[in-house]
Design a protein around this ligand. Structure first.
Ligand SMILES: C[S@@+](CC[C@H](N)C(=O)[O-])C[C@H]1O[C@@H](n2cnc3c(N)ncnc32)[C@H](O)[C@@H]1O
Length: 259
């Protein structure tokens, strides 16, 4: 990629909100990769894989803004201010986020704050983990025989919260495939809610951890068994959960995982 603008100059102050994809470097977009190679500053999240970080221009300043459950390296507000500050002194500032920036990545909030502050900003979509991790586990989210609709939902909603924003009753009946992000810690609550909403305890469910990375792991079960399986195996985050009949395709397709 030519790292200068059309006039051959580097102009100050553009922030690119780039999706890093789920981990496999082969799933990074060409546009995202070019930006990493030209970047002056890269501020990245915890779930961005080492293979993607290795694409960053070695001269670029690299800042880990990673946030994982309960461990904030940088607060959201601090990250946004840092982006604004870096854009005043550098031409290409990349905000690198796992998966897709606009899917449970706070990309919309960050971009809006930058726009309101008068910063030029552009989004470069990435492949979201909900699609890619399921695919690498041999689970097509739609299938002409089993599912004609899919819902992406966050499971990061504390049980007992006064007014949960996720309506599990509606989610249970809204589509044939449900993909839950950040749901492992709340799995017992989510499973209970879906059961109360009427989903059978025999509904297939797959958990896919570190999807598309060499260390990818899968746990396949049913709504009635999965909580015990997780306790038994110690299966942990980061993982997506896929619920619905399409999970049965795993037994046929999982052997076709890319190598
Ligand atoms: C804050 S959300 C960010 C989602 C991201 N923007 C995306 O589009 O994939 C973090 C959650 O995404 C899911 N996730 C991200 N990367 C993953 C991966 N490689 N395998 C499985 N799940 C992943 C997990 O549910 C994790 O808790």
């Amino acid at each position: 990629m030519n790292c200068t603008d059309k006039d051959g100059q580097k102009h100050l102050g553009k922030v690119y909100l780039v999706g890093a994809g789920p981990g496999d470097p082969g799933l990074m977009t060409l546009k995202g990769k070019s930006l990493l190679e030209c970047a002056d500053v890269v501020i990245y999240d915890a779930l961005v894989s080492p293979a993607i970080l290795a694409m960053i221009n070695p001269q670029a300043e690299q800042i880990n803004a990673g946030k994982r459950m309960g461990r904030h390296s940088l607060l959201q507000e601090e990250t946004t201010h840092l982006l604004m500050e870096k854009a005043q002194y550098h031409a290409i500032v990349v905000r690198l986020k796992g998966g897709d920036p606009f899917i449970f990545g706070r990309g919309g909030e960050e971009m809006a704050e930058l726009v309101q502050a008068g910063i030029t900003v552009e989004v470069v979509p990435g492949i979201t983990s909900g699609i890619a991790a399921a695919a690498y586990a041999g689970i097509p989210l739609t299938h002409r025989l089993y599912s004609s609709s899919v819902t992406f939902v966050t499971g990061h909603e504390a049980a007992g919260k006064y007014k949960p924003s996720v309506n599990w009753q509606a989610i249970a009946h809204g589509s044939e495939t449900i993909v839950i992000y950040m749901g492992i810690h709340n799995l017992p609550y989510i499973v209970e809610q879906l059961g109360t909403a009427g989903l059978s305890s025999e509904t297939p469910i797959a958990l896919v951890r570190w999807g598309t990375r060499p260390e990818q792991e899968e746990l396949i079960g049913q709504l009635g068994t999965i909580v015990e399986q997780v306790e038994h195996t110690g299966f942990g985050a980061p993982a997506i959960a896929v619920i619905g009949q399409v999970v049965n395709m795993h037994s046929i397709l999982s052997g076709c995982r890319p190598v």
